[in-house]
Structures are given as C-alpha cells and as structure tokens.
Design a protein around this ligand. Structure first.
Ligand code: TYM
Length: 344
C-alpha cells in the first residue's frame, strides 16, 4: 500500500543544544521542508525519563522551539509543537508497549550505555523510551525520520513494532478498509559527513548534552569567543591533515573536525581535504573558527532574541499542537477500531 509521504522528528528539551544536534538533525530538518510535509516535535515527555526541574523544562522547551525557528524551520508551512500537548503520543505508546517484546527493548544499546550499573534505580520510562519514540513516529504514520546515527536503532525498533502491528492485526486492518498494512515502515534518514559528531575532547566519545565538560561541545548559544576557544582547545594529533579520506581512518579527532567543517560548509570531507591536505591544525582550526562563527553566530543570536518572547513561542506551539492533534486523533480512531476498543 502507498502511504502519504511525511517527515517526523524530535529533539529533547534537556538543555545545551549543541553542534551534534544541529548537524546531525536540525540542518536536515530544514533541508527536508522543500520536499515533504514535516512535523517537528519538542519531545518533553521523553525529557522527563530523567529528572527535570519543571521551570528549566519549560525554558528548554521554548529554547528548542527557538532553535527550530532560528535555523529556518517554517512553522506555518510545517508543524512545530511540543509532545505533551498531543495526547495521541501517550495513547499510542501504550499500544506500542503491548506490541513490542521485552527482548527487543533489552537490546537497545542507548539504554545500556545510559544506565551503566545503575539499572535498578532508573525510571521505567527510560527503559520504555523507545516505545514512546515509536508512537511519536507512528501516530503521524510518518514515512521518513531524519536523525543522527545514535537514533538509528530506535527507528529500526519502530519498524519492528509497525511490522508486528500490521501482522498481528492484519485481518482487522483489512476488515476496516486499510488494505494490508496500517502503519508505514519509517525510513531513517542518516546522511552526510556529520551523522555522529564526536566530543571535541575525545574523538571516541559522542558530543553530548550531558558531558560534564563544556569544552567537549559547541553549544548553539555559544558566542564567538567561546566557539573560538573551544575549537582552538579541541584535541588533535601532531600530524598535518592528510590529503585523502583514507588518511583519517586512524585519526578520530582529525576525522571529526574535518567532518564538522564539511557539514558546516555543505560539502564533503574529500573536498575539505582537497583544500586543507598538508596543512597544520593551527591553520585548519582558524578556518574552522571562522566558519563556525559565521554559521552559528546568527543562529545563537536569533535564539536568544526569540526566547525573550515566550508568548510568541507558546503561540507557535499551541497552533502546531492543534494541527498535530488533528492528524494524531485520526490515527487513534483507526487504531482503536483495529485493536477492538469500543469508542464514541
Ligand atoms: P536527542 O534530543 O538526543 O537528539 C536530537 C537529535 O540530534 C541527534 N544527535 C546527534 N547527531 C550527530 N552527532 C551527535 N553527537 C548527536 N547528538 C544528538 C540525534 O540523533 C537526534 O536526531 N530520541 C530522540 C528524540 C526523539 C525522536 C522521536 C527522534 C523522540 N521521539 C521520534 C525522531 C523521531 C533523542 O533523544 O534525540
């Protein structure tokens, strides 16, 4: 069955939006707007799987919304909203819970990495997080999901849940006139030179909001001085840059900086090495500072301006939620019929 093409993705409002979020996800969100109907969510229900201070959560929700807008997402042509304003996410998550198998969730590497040895003490929500993520995507019957590399396994789990739902309820899906499949199998969109941006302090670690060292990441709200300092202090090795991509294979820090430069400049690592092959890091880092400041400076400034107007931001989220809810409510009616829930 052919499904209407639709993009869905989300970002958690947990503070410190960084270059990884920008290059791995938000720039992709922006680019997809020309080709698809897009729904971009601020996933506040995901955020509370670990403790969030309520006032900070509200602020961070508005800040992620501001980042979406500052980066160029158009909330009038597309949908921008926060997850908790659309009940369908939680409703469908329960059904996803009953379709997903315990063994599938036990294989989620992000959960294992996050909890380490503290397994008994984390929230049930953190464990169940991928089922809510599946519901986010499926409640809009989205076909494409732009994410960074670290979310690939979660999108694959979403495909498994969709497949099992379509199979388990196949007869009911057909009886209700939805053909042979109700949910599309969403495609993860993970492309380009910066799908996994690494820490500036350690090329083996992902750049992340929760890294205790602020020098490990470039935040979207960092000013020019902070960006310059962080890039100059970024870990490197003593060799000049190679001229070919193969020369980056055993040099994770160099690979990361070249990937960041390529992504910011909308080009490939090969092109960057064509220009900087043989150069010392000091030269390359100066160019990277200039490029980062030129690209991120205006975004940070616009974000800071937008968050000063919470009434405007909340208005965008309210309007987006209303339109998101109209789509989600349609899906939920159909899902209830398919599952066998009596409804009004
Ligand atoms: P979150 O909030 O951790 O990250 C938001 C997006 O940024 C990407 N990302 C990165 N990309 C490259 N390099 C990095 N170092 C890096 N760090 C983060 C993430 O891959 C993500 O695309 N579970 C999701 C949010 C979510 C979602 C969804 C996404 C909830 N429901 C449905 C897509 C569809 C998350 O925690 O992203």
């Amino acid at each position: 069955m052919a499904f209407k093409e639709r993009v869905f993705s989300g970002v958690q409002p947990t503070g410190n939006l960084h270059l990884g979020n920008y290059l791995g996800a938000i720039t992709k969100f922006v680019a997809l707007q020309d080709q698809y109907d897009c729904i971009y969510c601020v996933v506040d229900m995901h955020a509370i799987t670990v403790w969030q201070d309520p006032a900070e959560l509200m602020h961070a929700t508005r800040e992620v919304t501001a980042a979406y807008l500052a980066c160029g997402i158009d909330p009038t042509k597309h949908i921008v909203f926060n997850q908790s304003q659309v009940a369908g996410h939680a409703e469908l998550a329960w059904i996803c819970n009953c379709v997903a198998r315990l063994g599938w969730l036990n294989r989620m590497t992000q959960f294992k990495e996050k909890v380490g040895k503290d397994r008994e003490n984390v929230s049930v929500g953190l464990y169940d997080y991928p089922a809510l993520m599946a519901a986010d995507i499926l409640v809009y019957r989205a076909t494409h999901v732009p994410v960074g590399e670290d979310q690939k396994q979660h999108v694959e789990l979403t495909r498994d849940i969709a497949t099992k739902f379509n199979n388990d309820f196949g007869a009911s899906i057909a009886a209700h006139g939805y053909g042979d499949a109700f949910f599309p199998l969403p495609e993860p969109l993970i492309q380009g030179p910066a799908t996994r941006v690494m820490s500036l302090r350690d090329g083996a670690k992902k750049m992340s909001k929760s890294d205790p060292s602020d020098y490990s990441r470039i935040n979207l709200t960092d000013d020019a001085d902070a960006i310059a300092q962080k890039v100059r202090k970024a870990k490197t090795d003593p060799e000049p840059l190679p001229s070919e991509e193969k020369g980056l294979e055993t040099r994770p820090e160099a690979d990361n900086l070249v990937g960041i430069y390529a992504a910011l400049n909308n080009t490939s690592k090969a092109t960057v090495l064509g220009e900087f092959g043989g150069a010392q890091f000091s030269t390359f880092k100066s160019a990277l500072v200039d490029l980062s400041v030129a690209k991120l400076g205006p975004i940070g400034a616009e974000m800071k301006k937008l968050v000063k107007d919470p009434v405007y931001i909340d208005g965008i989220l309210a309007d987006g939620s209303e339109r998101a809810n109209a789509i989600a409510a349609e899906t939920m009616k159909a899902v209830k019929d398919i599952v066998g829930f009596v409804r009004r």
